[in-house]
Write a protein that binds this ligand. Structure first.
Ligand code: NOJ
Length: 538
């Protein structure tokens, strides 16, 4: 049981010094869409390398690359056919090494996206496994006989639609797949699989990679008896195929391996909407370094909702752990679209940025959010994401994966060819070069907030306390010894004095750059959807 393990020192005790993944800002890149260096319309590693100066200018401490390993791309890289190489569409291992070296020389760490729950059906492991019941790799995947009537072994559904079982006539058994049938489930109860995964982690760490984002890590352990999931009101509860208690032991083993290297980290996609369950994935500081809190990401535009989600997760993350916050990713509508508003859409982007970059917890940015990229409408017949086919076009994730808008003009600075997905209709006006030239732009606000965070440790390491304020305001205090930062975020459409405590202000940042900082925090006035961070004495 977890309770009998010795508790490890708190992060603060472990590391008095800077910890890059705790104190820094991490930026997610969807490699297909960041920068195309060879004109095929698809982003690649050399493209990312050529854009490192943008990331260094922005001030991020790390990049997380969505999968760039060889893949048939049934799920755009989340179906891996070789865990220790680079897909030719993205380049090769030499390109990767160059990117890593150049990122490191700018102080930027690199996190890869490991997909341990399933491989591609084209992976040589699965090719061997499916060839015969007697193959030594058979038990690397999950196979079961049909029921007497030929039906699948249990009632589990795939997240991507239909049953989670695919029948293979050649060997007369079903195999398990939580996602597409092209993504067969690896059997983590087989020690050979665990050891192969550990070898993959070593392979990349030895190359200099700084960490891994672990795809659907809460699903790697299944009920050993593969019992049916219960159904409530016709909806299947994923009781037996995710969040199984045995996953924690598997994570502890992995963490031991990670800890045998210097300053590496694991951030897990624990796609559970209950933050109390998510928090268990920190263990006692001996499982994940960070676990994504998706309840924050799915919060509506409402001060009270964010206040509640932040406070709840903060209270749940164990003392040895550290929170994190994310608003956009390759799997969800961009927050600039989710929170868009007829007149205050741009202000909301600015307020969201200030919130993300002043909370206690590692901020994860998604490429393009720094210029307020919106989801792009893709015609149904041009949709590429398999979800459009296996579920419904409404579930298509292409809209949040469109190419980065670098500059006006043909190809938008992304490609000399024809982009794999269309640019937003706003590409001529919403792009990096235009915002770079405008000191009042969202891009500059991101940069200034990241700089402020870096220069004022209270903003990354300080304590967090919600402050009483008006219902439409999310106000909080960060404190670190004698230094204090007061943050007030007005989610409402009317101006307000957030009633911050009286304190003399000596620095900070407002989302509306033209307004002066208040002399005294108590006199701060915020316009509609305006926010401010004020540095004051203790
Ligand atoms: C979660 C990833 O974020 C998503 O993009 C992918 O489709 C599934 N896992 C399956 O790997």
């Amino acid at each position: 049981m977890t309770g009998s393990r010795p508790s490890r020192p708190t992060l603060q005790e472990q590391e008095a010094d800077h910890l890059w993944w705790r104190d820094g800002v991490i930026y997610q890149i969807y490699p297909r869409s960041f920068m195309d260096s060879n004109g095929d319309g698809i982003g690649d590693l050399e493209g990312i390398r050529r854009r490192l100066d943008h990331l260094a200018w922005l001030g991020v401490d790390g990049i997380w690359l969505s999968p760039c390993f060889p893949s048939p791309m049934a799920d755009f890289g989340y179906d891996v056919s070789d865990y220790c190489n680079i897909d030719p569409v993205f380049g090769n291992l030499e390109d990767f090494d160059r990117l890593l070296t150049d990122a490191h020389s700018r102080g930027i760490r690199v996190i890869l996206d490991l997909v341990p729950n399933h491989s591609s059906d084209r992976h040589p492991w699965f090719q061997a496994a499916r060839s015969s019941r007697a193959d030594p790799k058979r038990n690397w995947y999950v196979w079961r006989d049909p029921k007497p009537d030929g039906a699948p072994p249990n009632n589990w559904n795939s997240v991507f639609g239909g049953p989670a079982w695919e029948f293979e006539p050649q060997t007369g058994q079903y195999y398990l797949h939580t996602f597409l049938k092209e993504q067969p489930e690896l059997n983590w109860r087989n020690p050979e699989v665990v050891s192969a995964m550990h070898d993959i982690v070593r392979f990349w760490f030895n190359r200099g990679v700084d960490g891994f984002r672990l795809d659907v890590i809460h699903a790697i352990a299944k009920d050993p008896e593969l019992r049916d999931n219960p159904e409530v009101d016709g909806v299947q509860l994923r009781l037996h195929n995710e969040n199984h208690p045995d996953v924690h032991g598997m994570l502890r083993e992995l963490r031991r391996l990670v800890d045998s290297y210097d300053a590496r980290m694991l951030v897990g996609e624990v796609y559970l909407m209950d933050p109390a369950k998510v928090a268990t994935y920190y263990g006692l500081g001996d499982e994940l370094h960070l676990a994504f809190n998706f309840s924050f990401m799915h919060a509506p535009w409402d001060a009270a909702a964010f206040r509640t989600h932040v406070a709840r997760f903060a209270a749940l993350v164990p003392e040895q752990g550290w929170p994190d916050h994310v608003l956009s990713s390759h799997d969800a509508r961009r927050h600039a679209s989710r929170y868009d508003h007829a007149t205050l859409g741009e202000e909301r982007c600015r307020l969201a940025a200030l919130m993300l970059l002043t909370l206690r917890g590692t901020p994860f940015l998604y490429y393009g959010e720094e210029i307020g990229m919106r989801n792009v409408e893709i015609p149904v017949n041009a949709m590429q994401d398999p979800l459009a086919r296996t579920l419904t076009p409404q579930m298509c994730r292409d809209g949040e994966r469109t190419p980065m808008q670098w500059q006006p003009g043909l190809g938008a600075g992304f490609t000399d060819g024809s982009p794999w997905l269309p640019f937003g209709i706003d590409v001529e006006t919403r792009n990096v070069s235009r915002q770079m030239a405008d000191p009042t732009s969202l891009l500059h606000l991101y940069r200034d907030a990241i700089t402020l965070r870096r220069q004022n440790p209270v903003l990354h390491s300080g304590s967090f306390q919600t402050l009483d304020s008006a219902e439409q305001v999310f106000a909080f205090e960060r404190r670190d010894g004698g230094t204090r930062a007061l943050v007030a975020l007005n989610f409402g459409t009317t101006p307000i004095n957030p009633r911050l405590p009286a304190a003399s202000v000596h620095g900070g940042l407002r989302t509306h750059r033209q307004s002066p900082l208040a002399g005294d925090a108590a006199s701060l006035q915020l316009g509609p959807c305006e926010g401010a961070v004020l540095l004051t004495d203790g």
